[in-house]
Design a protein. Structure first.
Length: 173
């Protein structure tokens, strides 16, 4: 079965500005991530985009901001607690930085030096993201909230790449 191409863009319609809130936030969050790394002098992969959903393709070096979910309530509120419809909303996002990782040559293990060299990138990415939270928490399209919940983890390499992932919960309205 052939896939149907997207024929019309969101930009082709007079969509109300409040319906574009997440679009604007994702674009600005990606810009902030890039700016944060530029401030720290840390080069990023040139492939950079945002998307919806938690499963990002790890097919090359890239920077991806993805929307995971939104919920009614402030960051950290219990999902089981009832909320008024006018309560603040929290957005949950992933910031993923995928970089090249060495592969073993036929019959040989990857050298310790190459593993450490690749791991330095993940360590730097983790530090820049975690210590740069203040920069990420100042977006104009929301995000002024009372605080954030943030974690950074680095799953095992996936083929010839490894991804550093920040999970970020921030107030969006």
């Amino acid at each position: 079965m052939a896939l149907t191409p997207v024929r019309k863009s969101v930009d082709d319609y007079p969509i109300a500005p409040e319906s574009l809130t997440l679009v604007n936030m994702l674009e600005r969050l990606l810009e902030r991530v890039v700016g944060l790394f530029e401030q720290q002098g840390v080069p990023l992969p040139t492939r950079r985009y945002w998307m919806m959903g938690p499963e990002i393709p790890e097919d090359c070096a890239q920077v991806v901001v993805s929307f995971i979910q939104t919920y009614l309530g402030a960051p950290g509120d219990q999902a089981a607690d009832a909320q008024k419809c006018n309560a603040p909303r929290t957005g949950v996002f992933n910031i993923a930085i995928t970089r090249d990782y060495p592969l073993a040559e036929m019959g040989k293990a990857v050298s310790e030096e190459r593993i450490i060299a690749a791991s330095k990138w993940a360590a730097v990415d983790s530090a820049v993201l975690m210590w740069g939270l203040e920069e990420l928490n100042t977006l104009e399209d929301g995000f002024p909230g009372p605080g954030v919940i943030a974690t950074v983890n680095v799953p095992p390499p996936n083929g010839a790449v490894q991804t550093t992932i920040m999970n970020l919960s921030m107030m969006i309205s």
